[in-house]
Write a protein of this length. Structure first.
Length: 299
């Protein structure tokens, strides 16, 4: 091969090599950032704000004290007004005239504060059950609702007998009375406590309704006032629905703040199951959804 031909061939080889493209390389992928760690903390609980409000908000104690102060101002007028009676006609089995005066109070969240029990449930992620409730009651550690003890003592000093009408079970009677006495509530006789299961002759009991027990008090006393954190503490509710609850109290609206006094309780009550047709057997998520559906929203 001649030098010229060799040179030309070499140039051709170099030209062809220059025309070849180097194999492409995929750019290196940037690794995805690690997800931010989830901060550890207490589990969500529907009742936390309610319990915190009862235990820490000045507004709560102001409301309860305000309620009992308002009742105290009506007490002398109630005592001295013939015919003054706080029982609905269907629960008044006999005329009240001439009978000694009495006041009916509910216990839980009306005169005794059980928010420490509710706080335990929030802390432990639990819900109400008879075992934990019984254990709490037997501790006899519930404190008076602000203002309740002062009113009770003022009523007793005026010769008014307090009757404690509660839906606590019968086996908790002794612990309940002991707790009331320990914090200073006036109880001259254990007969002043009427718990769940108390039999009233001649009166048909419906579930846990308190109507028969109120009637029992009215047979021997003129009931000046009633106190409770539930509508059912003053009058029987035929249907525990929002409409049924309104219907029960409608005829007696003028009695509130005069003969009937309501204590604030956002932690539990018959108002809650009324929102899901009293169907506690529903899963918690379904009950929560029905409560959400019952809310009114801004447009």
């Amino acid at each position: 091969m001649t030098p010229l031909r060799t040179l030309s061939l070499s140039a051709l080889v170099l030209a062809l090599a220059a025309c070849q493209t180097a194999p492409s390389r995929a750019p290196a992928e940037t690794p995805a950032p690690e997800p931010a760690p989830v901060a550890a903390g207490p589990a969500a609980n529907d009742n936390m704000n309610a319990v915190a409000w009862v235990q820490t908000a000045e507004e709560y104690s102001l409301l309860t004290v305000q309620t009992f102060l308002a009742a105290s101002k009506e007490l002398d007028r109630a005592i001295n007004t013939p015919g003054w009676d706080a029982l609905v006609p269907s629960e008044r089995a006999n005329p009240p005239d001439g009978l000694p005066p009495a006041v009916i109070v509910d216990i839980d969240e009306t005169v005794l504060d059980n928010s420490p029990y509710q706080a335990r449930l929030v802390r432990d992620g639990g819900s109400y059950n008879e075992v934990t409730w019984d254990a709490w009651v037997r501790e006899e550690e519930a404190r008076p609702v602000p203002g309740a003890l002062e009113f009770a003592k003022a009523a007793a000093e005026r010769g008014v007998t307090l009757f404690y009408v509660s839906n606590r079970a019968a086996h908790l009677n002794d612990a309940t009375v002991a707790n009331l006495k320990a914090v200073g509530f006036p109880i001259q006789s254990d007969d002043q406590f009427l718990g769940l299961g108390f039999f009233v002759e001649g009166c048909e009991q419906h579930g846990s309704e308190k109507g028969c027990r109120r009637q029992h008090v009215g047979r021997t006393h003129r009931v000046l006032m009633q106190f409770g954190d539930q509508i059912g503490d003053m009058v029987s509710i035929d249907a525990n629905t929002p409409a049924g609850r309104k219907r029960a109290l409608q005829p007696y609206l003028a009695w509130f703040g005069e003969r009937w006094f309501v204590l604030p309780n956002p932690t539990y009550g018959s108002w809650e199951p009324a929102l899901f047709n009293n169907a506690w057997e529903l899963p918690e998520a379904e009950r929560r959804q029905r409560k959400l559906d019952a809310l009114h929203y801004a447009e």
